[in-house]
Design a protein around this ligand. Structure first.
Ligand code: F6R
Length: 369
């Protein structure tokens, strides 16, 4: 049932191109229009929404963080993303014009469920993004957009995360389409690129051997740090989470701009620092800034592992190890940039002799608060 792989996690990482394509299937037509009538929230309600609030836990929360960038950019509707376990304890401001999105692979995470119940009590509409048919979270929501990752067995989430991202992009683009924003042309072009993203994920998977080799060479380290900006920040958090749960290493993700506000004190000779670099096209300011950050940590002795777009030559002099990902629109980059981090964590865990599919102390779905 592991399909020839040693672990479910390896199989699930390899299944990502299909999982991503399956989640897009039937939702984009030949003319590049999105069809999400299945969520059965009337377009009028989507047009009138004045706020989006996303609740989720763990990896799903990282997908939600990325969704915030996409939703605010493409729709200009204010969006906040919050840990489900924090959300309802702070008396959040919700009403009938709030669209709440609850993201959950299992559909059974208790904190996420309690958050959505609280939101509905306040009159908000809740849309679930979920991978498990008929589970509790979609049953208790007003609407659901299913991800089609197929069953995810390994405790650490991989393919479910990528499909959560796809679902979030679909919702963000659909909101933009329904509401008609000034980004209409960009939305059209991104939909086209999203439709082909499965091939880009496949291309990343085909080039992972050097990443595995690098991971094995770091098996005796104590700490790995991850830096990102913009949507690369949640990717950094996700890379660190994978490493903690699988390799049991001290791993932390930071917004690169926060470095000088504290974390840079952690940099000492030889500490591996993984940096997720945004595209040099588009938001080039971001790129310039992160190149400075790479230089800053390298000057203090860090071993830099740089994840950068193909053709980005600017980063080359500062990268001890360079991992290439295909050219994508800035907001879609997490779909390709996360993959090397999953492979990295999985290989490090194996090299350290850990049980990859069943990490210690963890359960696949957390049905207690
Ligand atoms: C990390 C991981 C967890 C889950 C979290 C939410 O690899 O798997 O952080 O993402 O427990 O679970 P769901 O998505 O089922 O609500």
């Amino acid at each position: 049932e592991k399909g020839g792989y040693d672990y479910f996690m390896l199989k699930e990482i390899a299944e990502q191109p299909k999982a991503v394509s399956d989640t897009l299937l039937g939702r984009i037509d030949g003319a590049g229009q999105l069809h999400l009538d299945e969520i059965r929230i009337p377009p009028r309600v989507l047009r009138e929404a004045d706020k989006v609030v996303i609740v989720a836990c763990g990896t799903a929360y990282h997908a939600g963080m990325i969704a915030k960038y996409a939703i605010e950019h493409w729709t200009r509707v204010p969006c906040e993303t919050e840990l489900a376990s924090e959300f309802r304890y702070r008396d959040p401001i919700l009403d009938s014009r709030t669209l709440v999105i609850a993201i959950s692979q299992s559909g059974e995470t208790m904190d996420t469920l309690m958050a959505l119940r609280h939101a509905r009590e306040q009159g908000a509409r809740v849309l679930a993004i979920c991978n498990t048919n008929g589970s509790t979270i979609p049953r208790e929501s007003d609407a659901v957009l299913y991800t089609h990752a197929g069953p995810e067995v390994a405790v650490a989430s991989t393919k479910a995360f990528l499909t959560q991202l796809v679902a979030c992009y679909l919702v963000a683009l659909y909101l933009g389409q329904v509401r008609g924003t000034k980004w209409g042309d960009e939305i059209q072009s991104v939909i086209g690129q999203l439709a082909r993203i499965g091939d880009e994920v496949e291309a990343v998977l085909d080039t992972m051997e050097p990443v595995r080799e690098l991971a094995r060479s770091l098996a005796d380290r104590d700490t790995v740090l991850f830096l990102g900006r913009h949507v690369g920040f949640p990717v950094a958090l996700e890379g660190a989470l994978k490493l903690k749960e699988l390799a049991y290493m001290h791993a932390e993700g930071f917004a690169a701009g926060e470095l000088k506000h504290g974390p840079i004190a952690l940099i000492e000779k030889g500490v591996p620092v993984v940096v997720v670099v945004p595209s040099p096209r588009g938001r080039s300011v971001l790129h310039d800034k992160i190149v400075s950050n790479i230089q800053e940590v390298r000057a203090r002795g860090a071993l830099t592992i740089v994840i950068a777009e193909e053709g980005d030559t600017v980063v080359e002099p500062y990268a001890d190890h360079l991992v290439r990902v295909p050219v994508t629109p800035t907001l879609l980059q997490p779909l390709v940039a996360t993959v090397p981090l999953q492979v990295f964590a999985c290989e490090l865990a194996t090299a350290r002799g850990n049980e990859v599919d069943q990490p210690r102390n963890l359960a696949k779905s957390v049905t207690v608060e």
